[in-house]
Design a protein around this ligand. Structure first.
Ligand code: GTP
Length: 239
């Protein structure tokens, strides 16, 4: 018999850039189907999965603002970009046979459901993947903060941040050969050492509400499943 998962409900944060694959814009079909299969494996083990997706592969409010656009308008465009990514994820995950509901923090009823916490929890209990789109619905907040907020709201046992490196390092491992990976960290250490795990708002939210976080390499096949089954050797844990 298969071992029991270590977590009942997880929230996985995917950055928009993670969906691009090797391109510098848009959505890679290969990455989407890889992610869909990884998520399917986790759902099949009985774990409830919620997703928060970024929009940086399409538009990033901060970047648009730097180029002269009004920040709030830029952030609204960024939030809509996360809805596009959410729909793409819904399509990819449903194609591998797992039901998905997309809930948006901005009302856009013709396209997807509104974010309603109790409804999201019911969907999860029924084995559906729930994608939380449009960030927090407010400008000036990152999708990392949205992920922290939703993880707290749905009482996720673990929040995962999928990145391109296998955890948090003392320095950028691509630039410094002697950079060392942390197996474990506290939010306070990450904040004081300015390790850039997530923005400060997201980290303070997680710290103050006891969210356990795992930062891991999303490109490693089987890593997500191994983490939910209790493998503590993968990625960096923040608590
Ligand atoms: P249960 O009531 O638990 O069975 O959930 P359900 O999501 O299957 O039922 P519901 O009748 O709420 O939704 C049926 C379908 O319509 C699902 O694919 C939902 O995602 C979709 N849906 C529900 N509400 C909305 C909405 O406000 N806008 C859009 N675009 N789709 C919606």
């Amino acid at each position: 018999m298969d071992a029991k998962p270590a977590y009942q409900r997880i929230l996985l944060k995917l950055s928009g850039e993670a969906l691009m694959g090797t391109s510098d814009f848009g959505i890679s079909p290969e990455v989407m189907s890889f992610l869909a299969r990884e998520i399917k494996d986790v759902v099949a083990s009985g774990v409830q999965v919620a997703l928060v997706v970024g929009g940086g592969n399409i538009f990033r409010g901060e970047g648009l603002a730097r180029a002269g656009m009004d920040r709030v308008t830029g952030d609204h465009m960024g939030m809509l970009a996360t809805v596009i990514n959410g729909l793409a994820l819904q399509d990819a995950i449903e194609r591998v046979g797992v039901p998905v509901r997309v809930q948006s923090a901005l009302r856009i009823n013709e396209v997807c459901e509104d974010y309603i916490r109790r409804k999201a929890v019911r969907h999860l209990e029924k084995g559906r993947v729930v994608v939380f789109a449009a960030g927090t619905g407010n400008p000036f907040f990152t999708t990392d903060s949205a992920a922290a907020l939703r993880a707290i709201e749905i009482n996720a046992d673990l929040m995962l941040k999928a990145t391109k490196v296998d955890g948090i390092y003392t320095a950028d491992p691509k630039k410094y050969a002697d950079a060392r990976k942390y197996d474990e960290l506290t939010y306070d250490e990450a904040l004081t050492k300015r390790l850039g795990v997530m923005d400060q708002t997201a980290m303070v939210l997680c710290r103050d509400h006891g969210v356990r976080l795992c930062v891991y390499d999303m490109g490693r096949p089987g890593a997500l499943k191994a983490i939910v089954m209790g493998d503590k050797t993968i990625g960096t844990r923040v608590h």
